[in-house]
Design a protein around this ligand. Structure first.
Ligand code: NAD
Length: 483
């Protein structure tokens, strides 16, 4: 494997600095191979923790999207849609195994390109990526059991657009069920984090997928719009902001083309007086500071029962100070770099506004590195409902705290949001868990834990958090036509 010139000496001694082979510049992965690089259409992909250039990546417009869609259509008609389902499954199993074999490299690259702590990419993201492919590989030849007494057909060409917060995991959530159901795919990763998807393209090639079954086209909003607007794409799957999700809904209105939207969130994390508080603090920390809070289902609103609000906040503040913010490739790091500059500016604007409003803000007080994009873990105490920081998705390590007296008030406050993606409850009483989780309008609810994912479990939102589900049996639905 060639030496990676981009890993600095600073990172070199760490055991996590598994060499990552990167090209200087990437074309698009279309029809089973990388296209030639057009130097006039390149964008930089930089490490958000150091500012170092990692690679140059191609920027697609309508022409490149069209080429990819044509490739996906050709192979769909010619072979993929006719392949025995068990054969489709074999390709997916092969890919899952290759991901496992290369998991160290993928984890390091994910942390370099996206800024997330290596402990998370190594122990959470990449194992889940492999698990997703294994899980859906298993479904490929069992669709008739998933949908008994129905004729099950794929849609054809699926256009898939993903965000930057879990780059490879979101690619897996999209690709695995689509391919298992017999669709071919054009996937567009986010402009800030294209590198692991391009590495995945190499593994797709290695796994021997017929050319054109998986196409990976890089670029930003222009490429995304071209994919959504392409009339030879049969199904759109989008994960990203509610704002862009609404634009996609408008663009597809009246076309009859099916789509799924996985959008933003503002989850309530509810702590009752009878909860095990020390464990709840760990759950809260994981709920909001995991992946720098760049998590659609982050527990970004903390609702604490009044009797323990003071004690819990003190414990949380104390714990916040112990979190290590810094080098994503250091295995001790708890909070890595903010993924990109616009996102850092957005988080800062939220905090500035909260300061101007006179809200009580506390952070962990960590010293931050000079280079790169950073934000300390931060809490806003007694945040009023009227504040933007309570109502809108910050998508950063910022927690808004509110209190409640009764379970009914907790549920009312939890539901006082335009989002409905996730939520959590901590209590000693099973009956309270049952009551709260059946009253909070959210697609995913955790009890005495938070941010736990499994390929067998459906994930998705209500209200402005989107429509459709990914994961589990439910995740097959969006990729099949049932007669
Ligand atoms: P974003 O909406 O800005 O971008 C998402 C993707 O859409 C990117 O690939 C981008 O290039 C592309 N895009 C931008 N404009 C487009 C357009 N007009 N048409 C088509 N594609 C377009 O979101 P982001 O900032 O990358 O991601 C953060 C958001 O994603 C947050 O709101 C988060 O909650 C959400 N998210 C949701 C889930 C979920 O499962 N519900 C999971 C992860 C992230």
């Amino acid at each position: 494997m060639e030496e990676n010139p981009f890993i600095s000496e600073k990172y070199a001694p760490a055991p996590e600095s598994t060499p990552v082979a990167l090209k200087e510049a990437y074309g698009h992965f279309i029809n089973g191979e990388f296209t030639e690089v057009d130097e006039s259409k390149l964008r930089e992909s930089r490490n958000p923790a150091s500012g170092k250039l990692l690679a140059m990546v191609s920027e697609a417009g309508g022409d490149e999207i069209d080429l990819a869609v044509q490739a996906a259509r050709r192979v769909y008609e010619k072979s993929w849609s006719r392949l025995a389902p068990s054969e489709r499954g074999k390709y997916l199993f092969r890919l899952a195994r290759l991901i496992q074999e290369r998991s160290r490299e993928l984890a390091v690259l994910e942390s370099m390109d996206g800024g997330k702590p290596i402990r998370e990419s190594r122990d959470v993201d990449i194992p889940l990526v492999a698990a997703h492919f294994f899980y859906y590989a298993g479904w490929a030849d069992k669709l008739e059991y998933a949908f008994p007494n129905r004729k099950v057909r794929p849609h054809g060409v699926a256009g898939q657009i993903i965000p930057w917060n879990f780059p490879l995991l979101m690619a897996a959530w999209k690709l695995a069920p689509a391919l298992a159901c017999g669709n071919t795919v054009v996937l567009k990763p986010a402009e800030f984090t294209p590198l692991t998807a391009l590495k995945l393209a190499e593994l797709v090639e290695e796994a021997g997928f017929p050319p054109g079954v998986v196409n990976i086209v890089t670029g930003g909003g222009t490429a995304g719009r071209a994919l959504v607007g392409h009339d030879n794409v049969d199904k759109i799957a989008f994960t990203g902001s509610t704002e862009v999700g609404k634009q996609i809904q408008k663009a597809l209105a009246g076309t009859g083309r099916p789509y799924t939207l996985e959008l933003g969130g503002k989850a309530a994390h509810i702590i009752f007086e009878d909860a095990a508080l020390d464990q709840a603090v760990e759950g809260i920390v994981n709920g909001i500071f995991f992946n720098q809070g760049h998590v659609c289902c982050a527990g970004s609103r903390l609702l604490v029962q009044e009797g323990v609000a003071g004690e819990l906040t003190r414990k949380l503040e104390h714990r916040m100070k112990t979190l290590i913010v810094g080098d994503p490739l250091d295995k001790n790091t708890d909070i890595g770099a903010i993924n990109n500059e616009p996102q850092l500016n957005k988080i800062r604007a939220f905090l500035e506004e909260a300061r101007e409003q006179g809200l009580e803000i506390a952070d962990g007080g960590q010293e931050l590195p000079e280079e790169g994009f950073w934000c300390r873990p931060t809490i806003i105490k007694n945040a009023p409902q009227s504040c933007r920081i309570v109502r809108e998705e910050v998508f950063g390590p910022v927690l808004a705290i509110q209190t409640f007296r009764t379970p009914a008030e907790a549920v009312e406050k939890a539901n006082n949001t335009r989002y409905g993606l996730s939520g959590g409850v901590w209590t000693d009483k099973g009956s309270k868990i049952f009551k709260v989780t059946s009253s909070v309008q959210a697609g995913v609810l955790w009890a005495n834990t938070f941010n736990k994912f499994d390929p067998t479990a459906p994930f998705g939102g209500f209200k402005e958090s989107g429509m459709g589900r990914e994961g589990g049996l439910h995740g097959l639905h969006p990729y099949v036509r049932l007669d």
